[in-house]
Design a protein. Sequence first.
Length: 79
Amino acid sequence: MHNILMTIFLIVCVILIACVMMQPAKNDNDAMSALTGGAGDLFSRKKARGFEAVMQIVTTILGAVFFILALALVYISAH
């Protein structure tokens, strides 16, 4: 059982890393936002749509599966 969970855990780890790397950057740290106090960011924040929304959902689900598998592995290792 431990080997099966460890294999699934490693697969989820690799997929989770790929999903996080595929997400676009959300911040534009440039000199102008530092000078203006970030006032330009007021209207630039939009709800994620399309690919970004799907990637956020997949990343959240994989993060939860990662956490549950980690707890299961600790429980099995202790007993």
